[in-house]
Each structure stands twice: as structure tokens, then as C-alpha cells.
Write a protein that binds this ligand. Structure first.
Ligand SMILES: NC(=O)c1ccc[n+]([C@@H]2O[C@H](COP(=O)([O-])OP(=O)(O)OC[C@H]3O[C@@H](n4cnc5c(N)ncnc54)[C@H](OP(=O)(O)O)[C@@H]3O)[C@@H](O)[C@H]2O)c1
Length: 335
């Protein structure tokens, strides 16, 4: 079977050329676990940090040996785990960039192939969707009348967060994204009220125009600087979700971010650090609720797909450069 591995340890940010597609022995089914064929592979920004040993204390994969880590949707080929049978569809955060994977039962969740398109379990129903749901409903507790600002709004976290905010009663939802195509998608497909293209001159004035009464919630995906821009529009008692710092992930050094504390104190703002791991135990409940939103047309998603493991590195390079449109996924094989 095939897997994608690192050519060598990474000193700098990865490019498509940093990876090799190699043949490896097909794993055997572990006791208490299962063998799974990978159908969809999720490409996510944290993997760029993870493969350099810079994510949540998790080790980097061994070059020439280990698959690149990553979440998958796949089908059970063989099971030695109670509750899982051949043919079941599963989602796992531990699948990796490989055609077949051996998983411990603790790392697999059964998913319902009839509740939503299977690929949705990588994005809007996957880890990015759960992150959006956690920030909007569990931390910011968005309610009727909120005005919400979200950056990286065209991505699966930002786009899903805005739509869930709408479902929860927010009255105004403003996005920030790079370029007219992404901004068009944010308003047309995700239904935000406005989206500001931060690559255009004068975008901060446009943002002020889009937030005439300020904001009561912001969802920060990009940088400390963007968080401070959001706070510049904060009403008293604003809730801010600190979710990601994607603008700094490829830097050589860990970025430090200055926040103007006096300003935050004056605004009585509450800032919440979000780590999606804390919500894994509520994933099935979230999926059940969100798959109904998909069916009723309240929750839309957009995918940027590559076909086959060989094309994963190129799509990954595109993702790290922010050039993808929507959720980056690789279809490894036919459903
Ligand atoms: N805290 C958690 O537990 C958790 C869990 C999942 C994800 N996250 C974070 O949530 C954020 C969004 O994730 P996502 O999967 O939805 O990603 P995404 O939005 O599909 O991709 C990241 C986006 O960030 C924007 N960006 C801004 N500056 C960038 C730069 N210098 N380099 C590359 N991209 C840049 C780009 O959009 P524009 O072109 O619009 O700028 C890019 O498309 C990320 O920060 C991610 O790490 C956090």
C-alpha cells in the first residue's frame, strides 16, 4: 500500500517537494482495533506545525517511515474491536496520509453515511466544524442580537462559525477574507452579511463601515494583530474567541503576540482560548445536530478537492499558502 512521508526533517515550512509517496507493507488488524481503507483525507493548517514538532507537544513523524498525520474518513476492512464491523464508516483523527490504516478503537468514531455526504465529516462535521461549534456555542455563547466578526471566514472553521452564529440568533455576521472570490463565497454560500477583503487598500475603513454599532463577539483565526483590529470595534463586554494564529504557523520562530491589555480591561472584554480536544466527547451530539442543519440548508460547505494520495502534497502547499478555497480534502479512493 502507499503512504506519504517526509523526505527529511523540516527546517523550514514544508512545500509539495518536502514529501515522498512510498510503498509500505499493509498493516495488520490490531487486537482491540481495526483495519480501515482511507477514502477522504483532511488537510488542516495545524499539520504544517505538527510535522515540525510544533503542535501541542506532539512529536513529528519520522522521515521516510511514518505517514504524515491527518484526520480521515474511511471504511472498516477488518475489525477486532467490539462495536465495529466490516463495512462500517468511521472518522479518525489518527488515520494519516496512507491508503490503509490500523486504528485502535479509541481513535475511531462510527459515522452515519446516510446523515450527510461522507466528505462532510472531514470539514463541517469534522474537527473544523466542531471547533466552530465549540467557540460559538460553548464559549462565546452567541445569542439573539449579537454582532459577530470572523476572520479566515472562507475556511471550514470560519465559514461554519458564521453559519452557526446565524442559527443561534446573531443579527449581524461580518467576515474578513483574502480576495474577491473568497469574500463572494462568504456572503453567497455562507450567508454572512458582509465580507471585507483585507488585501484591498482601505480595508480597515470598510470594516468600520460594516460594523457601524461595533461587535459583541469576535472569532480570531489569524493573528494577534487581527485580534487587536477586532477589539478596536468591541462593544463593552465583548467575547473574543482565540482559536488560531495561522499567519504565524510557517515562521521559523514561535510568534509572540502583544495584546493591549489596558484596552481589553477598559472594554471589560472576555477572551477565551479554544482547543478543540476539550470537545471531542461531544462530537457525536454535535454531528447529530449539525447534520440536520445541513439537510435543512442552514449549514453549507465548500470543498477544494485533490484526487489520490500523490496529489496531497500539492494541495497541502496550496493550503499553507492560503490559496485553497473551502475545505481542503483528498479523495484517496472511491467511496
Ligand atoms: N484552536 C483549535 O482547537 C483549532 C482547531 C481547528 C482549527 N484551528 C485554527 O482555525 C483557523 C482556521 O482553520 P481552517 O481549517 O478553517 O483553515 P482555513 O481558513 O481553510 O485556512 C487558513 C486561512 O487563513 C488565512 N490566512 C491569513 N494569513 C495567512 C497566512 N499568512 N498564511 C496562510 N493563510 C493565512 C487564509 O485565508 P485568507 O486568504 O482569507 O486570508 C487561509 O485560507 C486556523 O488558525 C487553525 O489553526 C484551531
Amino acid at each position: 500500500m502507499q503512504l506519504v512521508t517526509l523526505k527529511a526533517e523540516l527546517a523550514d515550512a514544508p512545500t509539495a517537494d518536502s514529501f515522498d509517496l512510498i510503498d509500505a507493507p499493509t498493516p495488520t488488524c490490531p487486537e482491540g482495533g481495526m483495519l480501515v481503507r482511507t477514502v477522504y483525507l483532511s488537510l488542516d493548517p495545524y499539520i504544517g506545525s505538527r510535522i515540525r514538532g510544533r503542535h501541542m507537544g506532539e512529536g513529528a513523524p519520522r522521515p521516510g517511515h511514518d505517514p504524515i498525520p491527518g484526520a480521515i474518513v474511511g471504511q472498516v476492512l477488518e475489525s477486532k474491536a467490539a462495536g465495529f464491523e466490516k463495512g462500517d464508516w468511521i472518522h479518525s483523527m489518527e488515520g494519516g496520509w496512507q491508503a490503509t490504516c490500523a486504528l485502535d478503537a479509541a481513535h475511531a468514531r462510527k459515522i452515519d453515511a446516510n446523515a450527510a455526504p461522507l466528505s462532510a465529516y472531514t470539514g463541517v462535521l469534522g474537527m473544523p466544524g466542531l471547533t466552530a461549534w465549540a467557540g460559538i456555542t460553548q464559549l462565546a455563547k452567541v445569542r439573539t442580537g449579537d454582532t459577530v466578526l470572523i476572520d479566515a471566514a472562507a475556511g471550514p472553521v470560519g465559514g461554519t462559525a458564521g453559519q452557526i452564529a446565524r442559527i443561534k440568533g446573531a443579527s449581524r455576521i461580518v467576515g474578513i477574507a483574502g480576495g474577491p472570490q473568497k469574500c463572494g463565497m462568504v456572503t453567497e454560500q455562507y450567508g454572512f452579511d458582509a465580507c471585507i477583503d483585507y488585501k484591498q487598500d482601505g480595508w480597515k475603513d470598510a470594516l468600520a463601515d460594516a460594523l457601524p454599532d461595533g461587535l459583541s463577539v469576535f472569532f480570531e483565526n489569524v493573528s494577534g494583530e487581527m485580534a487587536m483590529t477586532a477589539l478596536g470595534h468591541a462593544q463593552l463586554y465583548t467575547r473574543g474567541i482565540l482559536c488560531g494564529l495561522v499567519a504565524g504557523y510557517q515562521n521559523k520562530e514561535r510568534a509572540m503576540h502583544a495584546l493591549d491589555m489596558g484596552f481589553i480591561i477598559g472594554k471589560r472584554a472576555q477572551l477565551f482560548g479554544l482547543v478543540v480536544y476539550d470537545y471531542y466527547d461531544r462530537w457525536d451530539a454535535f454531528t447529530a445536530e449539525a447534520s440536520d442543519w445541513i439537510k435543512s440548508g442552514k449549514l453549507n460547505f465548500v470543498e477544494d478537492r485533490a484526487e489520490g494520495l500523490a496529489n496531497a502534497p500539492a494541495l497541502f502547499e496550496k493550503l499553507l499558502g492560503g490559496k485553497h478555497i473551502g475545505k481542503a480534502i483528498v479523495q484517496v479512493t472511491e467511496e
